[in-house]
Design a protein around this ligand. Structure first.
Ligand SMILES: [Zn+2]
Length: 210
């Protein structure tokens, strides 16, 4: 699991979804503890030894480095949702634009809701690194694969680090497309039934599909 977290962290950097040491990735391990990327270590230089292990209260169990400064965001989500096995927090440019405007990303591309469950909501604002960031995210993630953290970035949840990275990239791509389409003119919504059908596939299958 640590190897998967490390590999996904490097993939996230390669895909341009974070820069330098920003953002963080975690996964729930079979014994209930959580492996998570460390604070202030460049993704390019990150090795397996840098990945930390914490418990669901954020207490460090393993690792020389300190766990990510946003560990309380991760632990709040694991405590609230038994079905979530991995969490990724990122700062991609277009999604963060929506987070600053505090506008949800509408599900206006076919099949988007299969992976995310519907529009990507915006949380209440909370200062980075505080428990409130986690509590605000929990409030909107019961039936969604991703949320925008007001004036900050994105958080995505799902069954594995690879799946959650896919959701993160999909939301960022959609934010970019919706932003561009808005510049062209009126945004057309999908029929409500289409989004609802796809959202049912998300809640019934995709949220937990291995
Ligand atoms: Zn952040």
């Amino acid at each position: 699991m640590k190897e998967e977290v490390l590999k996904t962290a490097k993939d996230m950097l390669r895909k341009g979804l974070v820069e330098g040491t920003a953002g963080n990735i975690s996964a729930r391990m079979p014994d209930g503890s959580i492996c998570i990327t460390p604070s202030s270590v460049d993704y390019e230089a990150m090795t397996l030894e840098d990945i930390c292990v914490i418990d669901v209260d954020g207490e460090q169990l393993e690792g020389e480095r300190g766990a990510s400064s946003e560990k309380l965001l991760h632990t709040a989500i694991y405590k609230a949702f038994d079905d979530v096995q991995s969490v990724i927090h990122s700062h991609p440019v277009y999604a963060t634009m929506f987070a600053i405007a505090r506008k949800p990303i509408p599900p206006c591309i076919d099949e988007f809701s299969i992976y995310v469950g519907g529009e990507v909501p915006v949380t209440e604002y909370a200062q980075s690194g505080t428990q409130n960031v986690g509590d605000n995210a929990v409030a909107v993630l019961a039936n969604r694969g991703a949320a925008l953290l007001a004036n900050h970035g994105m958080v995505a949840v799902g069954p594995s680090p690879a799946k959650v990275l896919h959701i993160t990239a999909l939301v960022e791509r959609s934010a970019k497309i919706v932003w561009g389409a808005t510049a062209l003119g009126e945004i057309h919504q999908l029929p409500e039934k289409v989004n609802q059908d796809f959202a049912n596939i998300y809640t019934g299958y995709m949220r937990t599909a291995p």
